[in-house]
Structure formats: structure tokens, C-alpha cells
Design a protein around this ligand. Structure first.
Ligand code: 0GY
Length: 299
């Protein structure tokens, strides 16, 4: 008899696009998709008991096929909250990638140096601190400081995911971090507010005053109110960051697009968003090749 699957995705879960369009934009040679995830498969890599959502399976084979189809050469696989601090699915993807994937892990302060060294060997180069309350229960600063002390020695960086309203409250902690700090999805601006207004202004100040702070100019599909496929209202925000901080920006698909409720994006159309926010070949090369290579493949 067939064994039933160990997990069933949430009833309102939206599965990634089955057949993305071929993008018109051709990424430069060596391009990196610097923000994507793997989910399970749950039967092999169980989802964490403390997770706040149960996704569809989205394994490494599908991720690597999408990479090739979209014209990318490498991936940065970011640990998703549905796997908690159990990094096995992500690390399995790194090991299967022939050196073409690096990773960002979620770890706890009691992680051993031996475990970190093993992760480094597999290709992990950063840890993620998540402050988005619908995804995790955020921890106090001291919890994260315990982790920083251990990972800074390895030359790793910190990825932070927060909502625009959190930045002011977390400012002192974020600006005290000694490693490179990479912000997911531009700190989730409210794009119905002016690009030159105080909210986005604070984010720009965060990057301007702290030259260790980078931004992923990702997820127009999450931030847009004008909607697909053009996501016009997100362009001024992402372009402002790329123009001003061309050496501290990264781009990624965010495949398989966890928790998208309004629609599931066409990954090909997301790639076509790139030349609208990085408008010259030089900016595109920095965004897609030079910057991620410097951060993830320096050793
Ligand atoms: C993203 C965004 C989301 C989810 C996660 O780890 C995660 O579960 O990051 C989200 O729901 O906004 O970057 O994938």
C-alpha cells in the first residue's frame, strides 16, 4: 500500500508557476539568483513543528531546472522559516549543486563550531534573522548577538527580514552589527507612499550611513499594489536603491514564492523586471554577478 505523504500543504497555499515565460532579458554570463528557497520534499526533509505555514514541496531539482531555464548560473538558497533551524534540505541542495549554490542558514545560539564549520564546507555563508511576525516569533537582541559572535569569525554575513515599520525600533541593533548586513526585499516598503517620503527615506539613510548594509531589490510581486506583470509601482523604489548603491545590491526570484496570496508570479516576468531597475549593462553585471560573487563565492 502507498504511504500517505507526511505533510499536506495549507488549503490556501499557492503553488509556484508551472510554466514561466521565457524572459526577454538575457542575464549576463555568471548571473546569480541570490534569493530562493527549497521546501522539502516533506517526506525526505520534514517541515519544522514550529512552522507557521505548510508549503507545497519544492525541491532542488525544480530549482536547478528553473535556474537553467531563466538563464542563471548560480543560486543562493535561503533557509525558509517552514524548516525552522533544521537546515538539511537547504544543505542537501548546496551539496547537489556542484558548487553552483551557496546558502544562508537559520541557527540557534547554541550551535557548535564544528556544525558551523561543516555548514561552511557545504557552502553556507550567512545566517538569517527574521522579524516578520507572521513567519516567526522574533527573539531578543541578545539571542542574535550570541549567533553573531560565532559566525563573524567565519567571515559570514547576516540577512535580516523585517517590515518597514520595524526599522526605527531595531535601528540601534541593526546598526551595531559588525558583519555585512543584507536586507531582504528592500525592508518591505509601502510602495503606495512616496519614494522620497520619510518611510523609504529612513531605509535610504540606513544604507547611506552604514556601508556594511546591502539590499536585495527583490519581490516586486509582494510589494506591488498595481500588480503583475509589470509591478510598475515598485520600480522607483528598487531603481533608487540600485542607482545609489550599485555595489551593495542583490537580486533573486524568491522561488517558490512562499505565502503569496494575491497571485503567483511568473518567474520569467520577474526576470524582465531587472532591466527596469538596473538600467545599464554595468549596473546589471554588478547586481547579478559581481556583488553576489563577492559576497558568496569569495572563498
Ligand atoms: C521570502 C518571504 C517570505 C517567507 C519566508 O522564510 C520564509 O518563510 O522568507 C514571506 O512570507 O514573506 O523571502 O521568501
Amino acid at each position: 500500500m502507498l504511504k500517505p505523504p507526511a505533510f499536506t500543504m495549507d488549503l490556501d497555499w499557492r503553488v509556484f508557476h508551472p510554466q514561466p515565460a521565457k524572459p526577454a532579458f538575457v542575464p549576463p554570463a555568471g548571473a546569480v539568483d541570490a534569493h530562493c528557497h527549497v521546501f522539502g520534499p516533506g517526506d525526505e526533509f520534514p517541515f519544522a513543528p514550529e512552522r507557521k505555514y505548510t508549503p507545497c514541496d519544492a525541491g532542488k531539482e525544480k530549482l536547478f531546472a528553473l535556474r537553467d531555464y531563466l538563464g542563471f548560473e548560480r543560486n543562493v538558497v535561503v533557509q525558509a522559516t517552514c524548516h525552522g533551524a533544521d537546515n538539511r534540505a537547504m544543505i542537501d541542495a548546496l551539496k547537489a549543486s556542484n558548487g553552483r549554490a551557496r546558502g544562508v542558514a537559520t541557527v540557534k545560539p547554541d550551535i557548535s563550531e564544528a556544525d558551523l564549520a561543516e555548514m561552511h564546507e557545504a557552502g553556507v555563508r550567512g545566517v538569517r534573522f527574521n522579524y516578520v511576525k507572521r513567519l516567526v516569533d522574533p527573539k531578543p537582541d541578545d539571542y542574535y548577538r550570541g549567533i553573531i559572535d560565532k559566525i563573524a569569525k567565519l567571515g559570514w554575513h547576516v540577512v535580516i527580514y523585517f517590515e518597514a515599520a520595524d526599522l526605527e525600533e531595531k535601528w540601534d541593533f541593526f546598526t551595531s552589527l559588525p558583519t555585512p548586513v543584507i536586507v531582504d526585499h528592500m525592508g518591505r516598503p509601502d510602495v503606495s507612499k512616496p519614494v522620497d517620503g520619510p518611510e523609504f527615506g529612513l531605509f535610504i539613510r540606513f544604507m547611506a550611513e552604514n556601508d556594511n548594509v546591502w539590499s536585495k531589490v527583490t519581490c516586486p510581486e509582494r510589494l506591488s499594489q498595481s500588480g503583475p506583470p509589470a509591478y510598475d509601482d515598485v520600480v522607483p523604489f528598487a531603481k533608487a536603491i540600485v542607482d545609489r548603491f550599485p555595489d551593495r545590491v542583490l537580486w533573486g526570484t524568491d522561488w517558490p514564492h512562499p505565502n503569496m496570496k494575491s497571485h503567483i508570479p511568473d518567474d520569467g516576468k520577474l526576470v524582465d523586471f531587472i532591466p527596469r531597475i538596473a538600467t545599464t549593462p554595468e549596473l546589471q553585471r554588478k547586481l547579478l554577478v559581481d556583488n553576489p560573487m563577492r559576497l558568496y563565492w569569495k572563498d
